[in-house]
Design a protein around this ligand. Structure first.
Ligand code: SF4
Length: 293
């Protein structure tokens, strides 16, 4: 059990934040900094298993093999209204043009959770504000609204790490953060930073081994893909690199056009693991869609 003595700096920051969770659900929605929930591969596998085991459907759909998307600059505009904006995707391609291969595939460092069309996490129950995968929610969620920059993290001196605060109405809601909350968060934050560091190092090696960082010559091809309604990715994580082609409409879960049976396998709808849809994608068992590029 961590305490003030074993983790002085971490504990002090947490304690003085006066943090208490208000159960508002805002951290799972778009107002919390775009709501990009990064996932480590083992976390994706745990969520996949949990969804299958508990037969959990999201908006009446089986999303057990389609709840992640490549980690990519936010697709949502900054305005008050939720907007899914192809122009913004195009602008984001410009920003990451040096991550685009000569063949037009975009390299990403891992995956994030899929969102609905208004930017809310697919797993947030909008009526109860509860997480539908709570026991296996990612470490990022378990430690919100705090994080430790893994680049700065020293595993030899974990208790001295700088804890950074994110956007949250729960700050200063109490005079001091409860000791038991500090203790739990401190352990999770240190665990998360350590795992992220290991994952990042493995991913970097993977990228270097594959010599996949490019000069951005494929930018025009990626824009052409986008004009045709899709993008191609090479998603790199500590488990390796997988190629993936996604229809633009597959980047979010359309909650207004629910596939009640979950059986149909057409563009933009739910496919069962191993099936191939009209776009040529094949659903893998680890929560991603893949296709040879
Ligand atoms: S996985 Fe759960 S806790 Fe994390 S953002 Fe989604 S709904 Fe919120």
């Amino acid at each position: 059990m961590s305490d003030q003595n074993s983790m002085p700096a971490v504990f002090e920051t947490l304690k003085s934040a006066g943090y208490s969770c208000l159960r508002c659900g805002q951290c799972c929605a778009r107002p919390a900094g775009g709501n990009s929930v990064f996932l480590m591969p083992d976390e994706a596998a745990a969520i996949h298993g949990f969804l299958i085991q508990n037969n959990i459907k999201i908006h009446n759909r089986d999303v057990s093999s389609s709840f992640t998307v490549p980690l990519f600059p936010d697709f949502y505009s900054d305005g008050d209204q939720p907007v899914f904006d192809v122009k913004m995707i195009s602008n984001n391609l410009q920003i990451i043009r040096n991550q685009i291969s000569n063949s037009g595939a975009i390299f990403t460092f891992g995956s994030m959770l899929k969102r609905t069309e208004n930017g809310t996490c697919v797993f947030l129950d909008s009526e109860t504000n509860k997480c539908q995968i709570y026991p296996v929610r990612p470490l990022l969620c378990q430690t919100y609204p705090f994080f430790i920059d893994f680049n700065e993290f020293d595993a030899e001196k974990p208790g001295n790490a700088d804890v950074i605060e994110c956007l949250c109405d729960g700050f200063e809601s109490v005079s001091e953060t409860d000791d038991s909350v500090c203790s739990e968060l401190a352990e999770l934050l240190v665990r998360r930073a350590g795992l992220e560091k290991i994952d990042y190092e493995k991913t970097k090696k993977q990228i270097q081994a594959d010599q996949i960082l490019t000069s951005g010559a494929g930018f025009g091809l990626a824009k052409e893909d986008l004009r045709n309604g899709f993008l191609r990715f090479i998603v790199c994580d500590s488990h390796g690199a997988s190629e993936m082609k996604l229809q633009v409409t597959d980047f979010y879960l359309n909650t207004t056009n629910t596939n009640k049976t979950g059986q149909t396998c057409q563009t933009g709808q739910t496919c069962q693991t191993g099936q191939t849809d009209g776009t040529g994608k094949t659903r893998k068992t680890d929560g991603t869609d893949e296709k040879s590029i």
